[in-house]
Design a binder for this molecule. Structure first.
Ligand code: CAA
Length: 384
């Protein structure tokens, strides 16, 4: 029996910061952001949205009356959760109006959590092939104003429905994974922003990718010739290039060209949204499928998932015959193009309004009646 991703959807808020504007405000050469880091735009989250509302908006694109009663588990991966005890999944389940007879749980290991959630869902469906699992990876990547990490912020949610005989892609049983305690990136309980040694985290990411690539090839008796494309966790898009560059000379000249072209396709959404933390590698996958028309059913796409701290996993998907019918690139591209461009001053105000201290006065900096939370009267910090 084959199990995998039956459907996938993405949501990001309606506000966006142009990184040339940010570079100018910070008196940095814009080419550093656009070329050196590889980011053009960054999602900005208004204070009435959080990981739960973003997850609802993503999930609603794939959950309907036909499949909601088949769901046995809701697994919510995040490192920007809203409660230290209660799972974000239980709020999500309520807002999606799912039945009570299912499991809800939140998982955390930095940006890696989404992949643990996906693998756990795969294992559950293997044992219960007539049931489905909703996996959500949602985060707000927040480093702070005027920090080195500011250019690598972002936000959004990915929702995936995991089932037997999936329409989109089968998850192959070829995973290799590793964990190693590293103090490269963490967020203390009383901090709204991450603490990070960005250069160390880049180094650990690259080291873990090479180590896992070697292990993957040995374990599965594969070479790079078996891989049609890679989708990387992208804290910033240059990272994917750095990772692939470490192994690309193992490929033939033709394949090098094709892998590079597909890497560019996989980076397009991240360039416009920024880091999604747990959802980032799945946004790369979505971007690849939306922007590359040369892939075919049966092709193998290898995913590299990385979470600081640090943990990583490398595994592959096999694309299914109708996968293209499930990816509506035109709609996704249109939605991104419709976002409202903020000035740097507006971005800074909205950024501050998301921080815990600002919830004391509950100032609303922006309103948009399309957000799900307004239907329920919810705002960050003022739940239920
Ligand atoms: N024109 C073109 N390129 C330029 C340039 C210019 N004018 N000025 C600088 N550059 C290039 C540099 O040469 C460098 O390129 P390489 O990386 O290829 O050498 C690149 O721009 C970045 O320059 P710096 O290293 O000097 O930039 P920085 O010190 O400001 O740090 C960063 C960059 C480490 C990514 C920082 O933004 C950061 O800490 N980000 C947050 C942490 C992060 O994203 N870490 C990544 C791995 S961790 C992870 O994956 C988990 C997760 O999601 C957090």
């Amino acid at each position: 029996m084959q199990v995998g991703i039956d459907q996938i959807a993405f949501y990001t808020p309606d506000y966006v910061l142009n990184l040339t504007d940010l570079a100018q405000a910070r008196e940095i050469d814009p080419d550093k952001f656009k070329i050196g880091i590889g980011q053009d735009w960054q999602a900005v989250v208004p204070n009435y949205e959080d990981v739960v509302t973003m997850a609802v908006n993503a999930s609603r694109k794939i959950i309907d009356a036909d499949n909601s009663h088949q769901i046995d588990e809701v697994i919510f991966a995040t490192e920007s959760g809203i409660d230290n005890s209660k799972s974000a999944a239980i709020y999500l389940k309520k807002l999606l109006e799912l039945p009570d007879y299912l499991r809800t749980i939140e998982v955390k290991q930095a940006c890696y959590g989404g992949t643990y959630a996906l693998m756990s869902a795969r294992d559950y469906v293997m044992l219960h092939p007539d049931r489905k699992v909703l996996v959500v990876a949602a985060d707000i990547a927040r480093y702070g104003l005027n920090t080195a990490g500011e250019v690598t912020q972002g936000a959004g949610a990915i929702a995936m429905l995991v089932s037997a005989d999936p329409q989109l892609a089968v998850i192959n049983n070829d995973s290799v994974f590793m964990s190693r305690e590293v103090t490269d990136f963490w967020r203390p309980l009383d901090s709204d922003t991450a603490l990070v040694d960005g250069h160390l985290s880049t180094e650990i990411y690259l080291t873990m990718f090479v180590e896992l690539w070697q292990k993957y090839c040995q374990k599965n008796k594969q070479t790079i010739a078996d891989v049609s494309a890679f989708a990387f966790h992208l804290p910033y898009t240059k990272m994917g290039k750095k990772a692939l560059n470490q192994i690309i000379d193992q490929a033939s000249v033709d394949q090098q060209e094709s892998l590079t072209k597909r890497l560019l396709a996989s980076q397009q959404y991240s360039r416009q949204v920024g880091n999604l933390y747990t959802g980032s590698v799945y946004l790369s996958l979505l971007s690849l499928l939306a922007h590359d028309d040369s892939l075919q059913a049966g092709d193998q796409v290898n995913l590299f998932s990385f979470g600081s701290g640090a943990e990583a996993e490398l595994f592959s998907l096999t694309l299914q015959p109708d996968y293209q019918d499930l990816i509506n690139a035109t709609v996704l591209d249109y939605q991104l193009a419709q976002r409202q461009r903020l000035s740097v001053v507006e971005y800074e105000k909205m950024f501050k309004s998301q921080l815990y201290d600002s919830h004391q006065d509950q100032e609303t900096t922006a309103l948009d009646d399309r957000t799900i939370c307004q239907f329920y009267g919810w705002r960050a910090g003022q739940r239920l």
